[in-house]
Design a protein around this ligand. Structure first.
Ligand code: G
Ligand code: G
Ligand code: MN
Length: 386
């Protein structure tokens, strides 16, 4: 018996004795960070061999025909664990293309859900386009049956397979998951950014929900949001976790501060960072959020206000220069009327008098994200054509 056969045999035993456990990774809304559901991922901790990576045992399970048992086991455990979780959450299960050829698959899934009284409308099926399949007749039939039962079908790892577009046009998907490799390369590589953007648009134009996988940084989340991507999954929001940790994670991910920490202030900071690159290095400029809190400032800005160069980020603008909290409303009004907010004079720390310009900063969809505050006489600095 070779190593693979041995592993398959150990896996078979593990499946019978509950040695393979479902882990849950949150899938969140990029609009507000709320959890919409979880992807269920198999984790195998063997008493003798320790943790065995899915990348090792999934292909073996596939080759030895054990994936249906694995799915059955994961579903039953996951449905039972999810009994007390909020009832709007979906669970997404991975199904390999070979499993779709099995005419019994839909029945087995329906039975597992019904035995646990878990609504099939909360069952999502993620199909990886991992192998070449020439005949899509039975896969299509299986997916149609699952849809009739109320399940939602997702195309997993989009962009990495052999014939993504053929699959997309032939099989009844309603969700598309962009492969993590594109998302992770997005900040570094323009090409990946363009691919992700194009895939988001493609998905939406086909009426599909689009999920970005592998989101690890707030900057990636922000980029995805500006691209119109509404759903995301990745370490930034949560790693795959055992069922016991899910209730706590739901509380954390739902609390307003967590959501802000993940998405909102970073978005302006990132924007401020980008904008500041379009200014001269010695420009005295700061960025504040729509409520008047400074989120970023240049060194020149800090020293103009305070010759010691004390940090101003985090402070209210009215504590720093001669405006009042009411100024925020005036700023909003002049923006609505499309009128520039009048420049005013401000006494600098060194005693000189300089003009201050406050201008709105907009995102790609013309939403107000904050204001720039700049010392100097330049009424129209480069890079402010936001
Ligand atoms: O966490 P991650 O290392 O779980 O998973 C690695 C790979 O294994 C991924 O491609 C994932 O889709 C796959 N995988 C994880 N769990 C399952 C499962 O239950 N069934 C199938 N078919 N694939 C799985
Ligand atoms: O192939 P599929 O998309 O089903 O697999 C999901 C895989 O991606 C799992 O192995 C999961 O552990 C992994 N994963 C999920 N989020 C992240 C992430 O933010 N970064 C990395 N590197 N992997 C992730
Ligand atoms: Mn998946």
């Amino acid at each position: 018996m070779n190593a693979d056969q041995l592993l398959a045999r150990t896996l078979l035993t593990a499946l019978a004795t509950g040695g393979v456990e479902p882990f849950f990774q949150p899938i969140v809304s990029l609009d507000d960070g709320h959890v919409l559901g979880f992807e269920v991922l198999a984790r195998w901790n063997d008493p003798e061999q320790g943790f065995i990576a899915p990348d090792r045992f999934i292909p073996i399970a596939d080759r030895f025909g054990l994936l249906d048992r694995l799915l059955d086991q994961l579903m039953r455990t996951a449905f039972s664990a999810a009994e007390d979780w909020p009832h709007h959450l979906f669970l997404g299960f991975n199904v390999s293309p070979t499993q779709l050829r099995n005419p019994e698959l839909a029945t087995r899934i329906a039975k597992a859900a019904m035995d646990s009284s878990f609504p099939l409308s909360r069952v999502h099926i993620e199909v990886t386009e991992s192998g070449f399949i020439d005949d899509l007749t039975q896969p299509r039939r299986t997916l149609d049956r699952l849809i009739n039962l109320g399940c939602m079908i997702a195309m997993d790892d989009f962009g990495t397979g052999y014939s993504s577009l053929t699959w997309l046009s032939t099989l009844p998907f309603s969700k598309l998951k962009i492969d993590a490799s594109f998302v992770m390369a997005m900040e570094e590589h323009r090409q990946s950014r363009k691919i992700v953007h194009a895939v988001v648009s493609l998905g939406h134009s086909l009426g599909l929900a689009v999920v970005a996988e592998g989101v690890e940084t707030p900057a990636q989340a922000e980029l995805l949001r500006t691209m119109g991507c509404k759903l995301a999954q990745g370490y930034l929001f949560g790693r795959p976790m055992p069922a016991q940790q899910v209730p706590d994670a739901l509380v954390k991910l739902t609390s307003a501060t967590a959501v802000e920490g993940l998405l909102v202030p970073m978005s302006l900071e990132l924007r401020a960072h980008r904008l500041s690159e379009s200014y001269a290095p010695d420009a005295a400029v700061a960025f504040m959020d729509p409520a008047g809190t400074v989120v970023a400032s240049s060194t020149a800005f800090d020293t103009t206000l305070d010759s010691n160069g004390g940090e101003v980020a985090g402070r209210h603008i009215w504590d720093l220069i001669g405006v009042t909290p009411d100024t925020m409303a005036e700023l909003r009004a002049s923006d609505l009327l499309d009128e520039p907010f009048p420049a005013f004079d401000e006494k600098a720390a060194d005693g000189s008098v300089e003009q201050v310009h406050i201008r709105p900063v907009k995102d790609e969809s013309s939403e107000l994200v904050g204001y720039s505050v700049e010392f100097g006489d330049n009424p129209n600095p480069a890079g402010m054509a936001s």
